[in-house]
Design a protein around this ligand. Structure first.
Ligand SMILES: Nc1ncnc2c1ncn2[C@@H]1O[C@H](COP(=O)(O)OP(=O)(O)OP(=O)(O)O)[C@@H](O)[C@H]1O
Ligand SMILES: [Mg+2]
Length: 289
C-alpha cells in the first residue's frame, strides 16, 4: 500500500529529531540484491550492434518475457545471461557478481538454467540419466537418492513411467517436459534461500494450443517450485501473457518498452501495438536489420 508522502516526511522528522526518537526508527527492509543487472551492455558482431548500450534489472521472483521480431537479439540476451557469450562492452551482474568469464570457465558459476527451444536431450541416455545428469556428475548423492529426486521432478512436470525410456521414444511435447524436469533438478548443496535464474527460449514454438497451455503453466510452476526468477523469449501471445508478469520489447538494439502484462495489453506504444496486432505498418520494418 502506498504511504502518503506527507506521512513519510513526518516520520523522517521524528527520526531525525533526536536520539530518543531514533529508537522508533523502523528497521529498513533489506534491499534484495537484483538477480540480473545489465548495465550499458553492448553486443556487436558486425557493423551494427545487436544490443546497443542496454540496461535492465530483474528482482528476485520476477517473471519476464522478452519479445521482439525475429533477429532483434532475444536469444542473444539469453546467451549472455547463460554465460555462453560475453558482451562486447558494458557490465553484467548476476546475483550481485560481475560476470567476466564464460560460464564454463567460472569456478563458482551462478545458478542459471537454460531451457533451449530444442529440448537438447542426449539421445543415448535414458530420461532418468538426462534429468539426473548434473547430480550424477557432482557425485554427492548415491544412485538411489538421485533416482528419487529425478522421479519427483518428472512428477512435477506431469510425466510418469518414462524414467527408463529414451528421448526418441517420447513425443516432442513430452521431450520438452523432460527438459523442464532437467531445469528443475536441484543441487542438494544449494544454499538455503538461493534462487536460480531460469531461461526459456521459445518454449512453446510448434506446440498445439493445449500443450502450450501446459508448458506455460509449467513455466510458472517451475519458477515457483525452484523458487526462482525466469526470462521467457517467445512470439506466442498466450505464452507471453500467461508465463510472465513483466514484458520488455526489444528492437533496434534497445529495450523500447518495459511494463506489466496489464500495461502491455493497453499501451499505445507503437512498437508494442505493432507486435500485438501483427500489423505490417509500424516502426518495425525488416529493412531496418
Ligand atoms: N554468433 C554470432 N555471430 C554473428 N552474428 C550473430 C551471432 N549470434 C547472433 N548473431 C546475429 O545477432 C542478431 C540477433 O540474433 P538472435 O538470435 O539474438 O535473434 P532473435 O531475436 O533471437 O531472433 P529469432 O526470433 O529469429 O530467434 C542476428 O542478426 C544474428 O544474425
Ligand atoms: Mg532466437
Amino acid at each position: 500500500m502506498a504511504i502518503p508522502s506527507f506521512q513519510t516526511r513526518q516520520d523522517e522528522r521524528v527520526i531525525r529529531s533526536g536520539p530518543v526518537q531514533s529508537r522508533l526508527e523502523p528497521t529498513p527492509p533489506a534491499t534484495p540484491t537484483p538477480v540480473v543487472e545489465m548495465c550499458g551492455l553492448t553486443m556487436q558482431w558486425g557493423s551494427k550492434p545487436v544490443l546497443d548500450n542496454v540496461s535492465l534489472s530483474m528482482q528476485p521472483g520476477e517473471r519476464i518475457a522478452v519479445v521482439g521480431p525475429s533477429g532483434a537479439g532475444k536469444s542473444t540476451v539469453l546467451r549472455l545471461l547463460a554465460g555462453l557469450q560475453l558482451p562486447t562492452a558494458g557490465e553484467l551482474r548476476l546475483f550481485g557478481e560481475t560476470q567476466e568469464y564464460l560460464r564454463l570457465d567460472q569456478r563458482r558459476p551462478p545458478d542459471v538454467r537454460l531451457v533451449f527451444q530444442n529440448p537438447a536431450l542426449l539421445a543415448s541416455l535414458t530420461v532418468e540419466e538426462n534429468v539426473g545428469f548434473l547430480l550424477m556428475r557432482l557425485g554427492r548423492m548415491n544412485p538411489l537418492q538421485i533416482r528419487e529426486r529425478v522421479q519427483q521432478c518428472l512428477e512435477a512436470v506431469g510425466l510418469n513411467d518414462v524414467a527408463d525410456k529414451y528421448p526418441g521414444q517420447l513425443s516432442g511435447g513430452m521431450q520438452k517436459r523432460v527438459s523442464f524436469a532437467r531445469a528443475l533438478i536441484d543441487d542438494p548443496d544449494r544454499d538455503e534461500g538461493s534462487m536460480p535464474l531460469l531461461l526459456y527460449d521459445e518454449p512453446t514454438a510448434g506446440l498445439d494450443p493445449v500443450a502450450s497451455t501446459r508448458i506455460e503453466d509449467l513455466i510458472v510452476k517451475t519458477t515457483t517450485v525452484a523458487r526462482g526468477c525466469s526470462v521467457v523469449v517467445s512470439h506466442v501471445h498466450s505464452t507471453i501473457e500467461r508465463s510472465a508478469e513483466r514484458i520488455v520489447m526489444l528492437y533496434g538494439g534497445r529495450f523500447q518498452w518495459d511494463g506489466t502484462v496489464e500495461e502491455y495489453r493497453v499501451t499505445d506504444n507503437p512498437y508494442v501495438v505493432q507486435f500485438r496486432t501483427g500489423n505490417l505498418r509500424g516502426p518495425m520494418q525488416p529493412s531496418d536489420h
